[in-house]
Design a protein around this ligand. Structure first.
Ligand code: DGY
Length: 324
């Protein structure tokens, strides 16, 4: 009998083709909406392996009900949607898609840095809604990037790539937090979070979401930042205390924020953050390039093939990988 693989959302076809040519029976949720938790649990029950999205809740109850699964391959680098401890206990290998989305996500972080500090979104809104009366000598002013200090919270793959981009293109000084010193070509120095907050002109978050990093950036950290600081988040919304961020932006305690991730996702349209002019919000598009999503499709499939065949996954999520 063929092994059954269920993919919880329709993904780019390369990985699906790979799975079919490996002899698996592949079915895809083609409803163009996320499945409910109950629907997902049942789909898991009749499959041998799953490709899951970062929005799928794979918790203890799900895993206990589906303890027969041979492998779960998350279509994301972040795996905070999965109870890794329980999966390991049940001996279900968990795969993810690092590296292939590094460039794409670093590009979004850089894009948000420039857009937020140069007021792209509010300036665009002004041009569109008839407020562009004439060329203005003092409106829409922002802070330039060249020679500024960039603080990377969690110098992993994506943070490192953003640091390289900013160091070479804008001659920025790089400081970072991490669990250990990271070898780098930018003379970047490791500091503690308090120092990073006070020293940085731009702060970009790249740490995985864990119990230790939830609400890592709150009132204390925001108050320590420069009034001209720009805060970027492309990791997970829960790393920032969003109420504290709202207050800091409203009171202009920091200059701006650029968020590719929020709590919750999607952020309800009536949320106060959408009413502020100094925050730019994207709907979690960090990895959304054709190149990255195609490579993610292939890597996710390779993880499934390895898991079903009982060999080591190309990218296996170990607990230590969750450290920045
Ligand atoms: C992921 O894959 O975890 C990231 O959120 C990409 O944006």
């Amino acid at each position: 009998m063929k092994n059954k693989v269920f993919i919880t959302r329709s993904i780019l076809p390369a990985g699906i083709e790979l799975l079919r040519s490996a002899g698996f029976e592949v079915s895809v949720n083609d409803l163009d909406r996320a499945l409910s938790y109950e629907e997902l649990k049942e789909k898991g029950h009749s499959a041998d392996a799953l490709i899951t999205m970062l929005s799928d809740r794979i918790d203890e109850e799900f895993l206990t009900y589906n303890s027969h699964l041979k492998v779960i391959s998350n279509y994301a680098v972040g795996t905070n949607n999965i109870n890794i401890t329980k999966a390991h206990e049940l001996k279900i290998p968990i795969g993810n898609t690092p590296d292939v989305l590094t460039e794409a996500t670093a590009e979004v972080a850089l894009g948000l840095m420039i857009s937020a500090t140069r007021n792209f979104f509010s300036a665009n809104a002004c041009a569109q809604n008839g407020e562009w009366i004439d060329w203005h000598p003092t409106k829409h002013l922002g802070h330039g990037l060249r020679g500024k200090t960039l603080g990377i919270v969690g110098l992993g793959r994506i943070g490192m790539r953003l640091a390289e981009m900013c160091s070479s293109a804008f001659k920025m000084k790089i400081i970072y937090t991490a669990n250990s010193d990271k070898i780098n070509s930018m003379s970047a120095t490791r500091v503690d979070l308090a120092e990073l907050c006070t020293q940085s002109d731009f702060i970009s978050l790249h740490t995985p979401l864990t119990d230790k990093t939830r609400n890592l950036i709150g009132k204390k950290e925001l108050n320590a930042m420069k009034k001209s600081a720009v805060l970027i988040n492309t990791s997970r919304g829960e790393i920032i205390n969003q109420e504290d961020l709202f207050f800091a932006l409203q009171e202009k305690n920091i200059f701006a924020a650029g968020l590719d991730v929020t709590t919750p996702e999607p952020l309800p349209v009536e949320h106060g953050l959408f009413k502020l002019k100094n925050v730019m919000i994207l709907p979690h598009i960090g990895s959304a390039t054709y190149e990255a999503r195609n490579a993610m499709s292939i890597l996710a499939a390779e993880n499934i093939i390895a898991g079903i065949n009982g060999s080591e996954l190309k990218s296996w999520v170990d607990k230590k990988d969750l450290l920045p």
